[in-house]
Design a protein around this ligand. Structure first.
Ligand SMILES: Nc1nc2c(c(=O)[nH]1)N[C@H]1C(S)=C(S)[C@@H](COP(=O)(O)O)O[C@H]1N2
Ligand SMILES: [Mo]
Length: 532
């Protein structure tokens, strides 16, 4: 039992340490906890929040601790004879950790590494300790065996009675020593494993808090105003469209870096230079003393396929980029802001867009009422409404150089366009492809976007029939998506549903499918479903 408990402790400790080296959210313990939260039905969650208030997370983590301890005890009890059942329990638990870590929406597959490290170290330690433990019990049995053997020998060889007695005594003594030694070895080993577990956990904590990002985010979070209320009727979430505001942890993510950069707030500097009158270097405190704006923006990825979900909406808080450009003084001939992330990623945002009076491009440090999450660019990122993210939304921003378009960016070097305004798009969210639903009246629903122009109408049609206008949700602003719904009649059988949007410039989406490269996909989203 000592073997299984200390092995499980080691697994958790190593997992925590490994996540301290990569990123805190990847700690298997937290990943399992977060997944548990996600899987909890909403009413239960509400109950837990009512019951335990702010400490409901602590209650969850504590409860998990008890469950894990219980599992460790069970693993120990099952493994009296062979290590296999214990290994199976620990293995299953570890695999759950790995799966939880890799399934989290805000984690990449690489973030499962801490859980894998935990699994491997847990299994290894248990196998090893179990072997030591069984060696000490085998030694016990040898005690008795040798004593009997000694007695046999007594009977068999009278002459050598004295010698045999000596032998037997020696054997018993040796066996006793072996037993004591191997038990001591086991206890020392198990204690060692537990100590390493503790050390690893403390080390992981140290690494996490050394970066101080959690504390810094909490501190900054206090300065971020809450989101303005979403107007009534801005989404049809009850019909299966996304909620108007995307919660931060559900917000889509596109990263070229394998692990998320962690920047210490005190180390963060932003340099604005190049074709400017006066170069500027800002620390975080310098930045936030400037005029701040709050903007609700739908971000979209150029690599989004027709019907894809690389599109999300958040309210960002930050300093208008236009203000900073005025401050540094843009020299004539400058065409783009060439931005660089701490991870080396680069993007080029056209200056004419950034300088537009109502565009609302921000150096954002707040997202949906909290500090910018690490995954979304902590401490500061760019957000430019109306342009695809790859050339306008650099995360972990550290450098802005005013240049001409000659300077090539990360994605331009890989064949993507230099300029890429967002293309008018629409998507069907309900029904889902191949969904079956009862024939008769059925409401289909979805989302459309056309930043910065805004959506004017959305039309739908079934089986190539006449286009019918959908009802639109309340418009929040031109830089955000707009949900739509339409109640249609479906005869029994298979049906093709298509949708198309028209934006306020009068442009209507065309049928022809265009792939994402080089400047964004277009075409009508169409799905097949069955009315029964
Ligand atoms: N440093 C950095 N910034 C980046 C990216 C990246 O890979 N690295 N991806 C860009 C792309 S392609 C998009 S669509 C948006 C996505 O922002 P999100 O991950 O916060 O949704 O960030 C942009 N900024
Ligand atoms: Mo993107």
């Amino acid at each position: 039992m000592f073997a299984s408990i200390s092995s499980v402790a080691l697994a958790l400790g190593i997992g925590h340490l490994a996540s301290g080296l990569t990123r805190p959210n990847a700690s298997p313990y937290l990943a399992v906890g977060n997944t548990a939260i996600d899987l909890t039905p909403e009413p239960v969650k509400q109950f837990a929040i009512r019951q335990f208030g702010e400490s409901n997370k602590l209650v969850l983590l504590g409860g998990m601790g008890l469950v894990i301890l219980l599992l460790a005890v069970i693993a120990g009890l099952l493994s009296r004879r062979t290590a296999t059942p214990g290994l199976a329990v620990i293995g299953a638990f570890g695999v759950a950790g790995v799966v939880a870590a890799s399934l989290r929406r805000d984690l990449t597959v690489l973030d499962a590494l801490p859980a894998v490290a935990a699994l491997v170290s847990g299994l290894g330690a248990f196998g090893w300790l179990h072997r030591l433990a069984s060696r000490s019990t085998t030694a016990h049995r040898t005690d008795d065996g040798t004593a009997t053997e000694g007695a046999d020998r007594d009977d068999a060889r009278e002459d050598a009675r004295e010698d045999a007695r000596e032998d037997a005594r020696d054997d018993v003594a040796t066996a006793a020593t072996t037993s004591a030694t191997s038990r001591r070895t086991f206890v020392l080993a198990a204690a060692g494993v537990t100590a390493v577990a503790g050390g690893a956990a403390v080390g992981g904590r140290f690494l996490t808090s050394r970066s101080g990002v959690d504390a810094a985010r909490t501190e900054i979070g206090r300065r971020i105003p809450p989101n303005p209320p979403v107007p009534r009727g801005a989404d049809f979430a009850s019909l299966g469209t996304p909620s108007f505001i995307t919660p931060n942890r559900a917000f889509y993510r596109v990263d070229t870096a394998l692990s998320v950069p962690t920047i210490r707030l005190d180390d963060w500097r932003l340099r604005i230079h190049g074709m400017v009158d006066k170069e500027l270097i800002l620390g975080f405190d310098d930045l936030i003393t400037r005029r701040v704006e709050q903007r609700t923006v739908t971000l979209t990825c150029v690599s989004n396929q027709v019907g894809g979900d690389y599109v999300s909406t958040a309210t960002f808080t930050g300093v208008p980029i236009r203000d900073l450009l005025d401050e540094v003084g843009v020299r004539s001939g400058a065409e783009q802001v060439f931005s660089t992330s701490v991870d080396g990623y680069t993007a080029g945002t056209p200056l004419d867009v950034l300088r537009e009076a109502d565009r609302g491009a921000l150096l954002a440090y707040g997202m949906n009422g909290e500090a910018l999450p690490v995954e979304h660019g902590f401490p500061v990122r760019m957000v430019t409404p109306g342009l695809y993210g790859y050339l306008s939304a650099t995360k972990w921003l550290v450098d802005m150089e005013l240049t001409t378009f000659d300077k090539q960016t990360y994605w331009e070097e890989r064949g993507w366009a230099e300029r890429a305004p967002i293309k008018t798009q629409s998507r069907i969210d309900r029904p889902q492809p191949f969904q079956k639903f009862p024939a008769g009246a059925f409401t289909i629903a979805g989302v459309a976007w056309a930043q910065p122009t805004a959506i004017d109408t959305v039309e739908v049609r079934v089986d190539g029939g006449p286009w019918q206008q959908a009802d639109l949700a309340t418009e929040v602003n031109e830089q955000t998506w707009r949900m739509w719904r339409a109640e249609l009649e479906f005869t029994p059988g298979g049906h093709d549903i298509e949708c198309r949007a028209t934006d306020k410039s009068g442009y209507t989406q065309q049928a022809r499918r265009v792939p994402p490269v080089p400047d964004g996909a277009t075409g009508w989203h169409s799905i097949f479903c069955t009315a029964t």
